[in-house]
Design a protein around this ligand. Sequence first.
Ligand SMILES: CCCCC/C=C/C(=O)SCCNC(=O)CCNC(=O)[C@H](O)C(C)(C)COP(=O)(O)OP(=O)(O)OC[C@H]1O[C@@H](n2cnc3c(N)ncnc32)[C@H](O)[C@@H]1OP(=O)(O)O
Ligand SMILES: Cc1cc2nc3c(=O)[nH]c(=O)nc-3n(C[C@H](O)[C@H](O)[C@H](O)COP(=O)(O)OP(=O)(O)OC[C@H]3O[C@@H](n4cnc5c(N)ncnc54)[C@H](O)[C@@H]3O)c2cc1C
Length: 613
Amino acid sequence: MGKSVNPDLAKARSQATFDPANLTNYLYGGPEKLRRKRYLPAFVFKELCTEMSLTDLCLIFLGLLTHVSDYLGLTLSIENMAAKEYKEEGFKSTDDMSREEAYEESMRRAVYTNKRVLQLNLQDQEEQYYFREIFVPGANPFALHYVMFKDAINTQGTEDQIQKWLPLAETYAVTGTYAQTELGHGTFLRGLETTAEYDVQREEFILNTPTITSSKFWPGALGKTANVAILNAKLITKGRNCGMQSFWVPLRHLETHQPLPGITVGDIGPKFGYHTSDNGFLQLNRVRIPRENMLMRYSKVLQDGTFVPPENDRLVYVPMTQFRFVVIGRSGWTLAKAVTVATRYSAVRRQSEITPGGGEVQILDFQTQQHKLFTQIASAYAMIIAAKAAKDLYDSAFSKMEKGNLEDLPMLHALTSSMKAFNTWEMATGVEQCRMACGGHGYLLASGIPQMYTDMVSACTYEGENTVMCLQAARFLNKCQEAANKGERLPQLTRFLQTSRLNISSSLDQDVDLNDIIAAYEFRAATVISEANARLNAGLAMGKSQSEAWNYASQLLVKAALAFSHWFTVRALIENMRGAGFDNSTETLLLQLAKLYALDGMLRYSGDFRKVG
Ligand SMILES: CCCCC/C=C/C(=O)SCCNC(=O)CCNC(=O)[C@H](O)C(C)(C)COP(=O)(O)OP(=O)(O)OC[C@H]1O[C@@H](n2cnc3c(N)ncnc32)[C@H](O)[C@@H]1OP(=O)(O)O
Ligand SMILES: Cc1cc2nc3c(=O)[nH]c(=O)nc-3n(C[C@H](O)[C@H](O)[C@H](O)COP(=O)(O)OP(=O)(O)OC[C@H]3O[C@@H](n4cnc5c(N)ncnc54)[C@H](O)[C@@H]3O)c2cc1C
């Protein structure tokens, strides 16, 4: 029996001038991917919430037969076991729970989904994410295990180490975290104090957190869940500091889950959000690990303690760069969820009159409400599509890096840093706007929006604090500007610094031309980057040192990175909307949405755009 849909919502949907299925397929990467995305949770919900009748099972298996290779391993006894396991307990909201209870409930669900992912043999990372997100909607205690822990093994480990450790992670024989941040340092990695001193006699590293500020602090899953860490520490061998390296460090006994000798570990306490993630602290008191536990894909320590440096000492940062891409995409999807809730609510909420005596209207009829929501719908599309465009660039650069060609690493670092800052800040503002658009009911946890905000807003901090990430991107942009000033050849992504001109053909009384919009954002970015460079050089001309001049220009440098990201996003949105092969009505609508996004951006940053004419 289908659920009855609110008549106002049904009416609003019936007025669509396009087929939503076209858009949904596009956003999820095609009908097949969408089908699987919808199938997996439905499949498991079926086993959770209803008696598995034979007919049901046949239908499910008939449906699944199209993926027979994926599911044949499934056996009925597993279904019954899983259904039994959940039927009694079912799903409980964590909103009314204590932190301990909420963590336990999330852990219960996460362990369940981990088992099911293995039983269903779900290999695709995206499908795994969809599947888990349904069952563990908040912060998943295994989040670090799924992404950064496994990514660090894959990108920093040798082939032998990957062969040895990855199967342990894939089968949950170990549960991992990525422990880098310390109480005293999160941003400034060269300031990390944890040491890994090589003992050549015993061919071991001695790990130590010598001061209270060197305690590892913040890593997810460190508080309770993880029994192994990929831990970043300052390598000292033959009396020399060889910089930050990564190590496989057992933390807790695999059977008893008790901390191992020399390990003091625990939870850092309540947070603004992420209540079901056990972020923790770790102190190491001269803990010994074998030499083989250093991840040696790029840098090595030989038996005699000789340090073999990496070809590029930034390669140890690759796990962060990789996860920044994940954050860029998730920001768009988080805003998409929030604006979906707010838009549906605005279709069913009737409040106040437009025409006196005309009766209360759907709040979606107020232009102010439309502005609040439509700009966020446009922003969600822009962020999701820009994230896809950035990922395409990443994939092509990463495949070159895997063959040893590191030329794109600086561009990749700049793109991930600036887009991670831009998307998370835009998402934070947008989700909060959606919450407020729902009035008091948006302030209820039951609306779902507050948790989206309190969980995801931390992405403005983790994986590189946003301001710092903008300054990192500005290093690259400023270098490109200097090269442009000398007429040198630039990387493809920043060639606009040399070519951008303001020859806008649109006039204010015409419908604006999309190419003019891209040109305007390109020219604005080029102008802001050039201004930041000029401010830096003015600082130098005043006799400031390079670092003092950098600090003197830093506000403009941050702006330059954000203007660059804004241009990248607008260009990706328009070019992808034009090239996606939609039917006319859908394409017309999407290009309208792209214009709304771009023109709203010009209004919000009208100072920049007025200044560049
Ligand atoms: C489900 C979600 C759970 C949440 C999970 C969260 C996990 C975490 O938060 S993990 C911890 C994340 N921490 C960070 O991101 C730390 C941020 N800080 C840094 O990355 C670095 O300290 C720095 C980049 C801000 C500064 O590093 P530093 O060594 O001081 O480098 P310089 O600024 O002097 O630049 C040197 C040179 O290296 C280039 N570079 C820096 N980082 C990278 C990188 N990741 N990839 C490639 N290249 C990098 C930088 O561009 C400079 O190059 P040049 O300009 O050519 O000199
Ligand atoms: C929910 C959450 C989960 C996390 N999970 C993990 C994890 O799993 N593993 C892990 O290792 N870490 C984790 N972290 C830690 C996170 O990576 C750090 O908090 C982050 O890198 C910022 O560092 P910090 O906290 O030291 O802030 P700081 O760098 O001290 O920032 C404080 C202020 O100083 C400013 N600032 C700092 N440096 C500069 C500069 N050079 N120029 C201008 N301004 C500057 C910043 O802009 C900011 O305004 C997590 C954090 C959170 C909130």
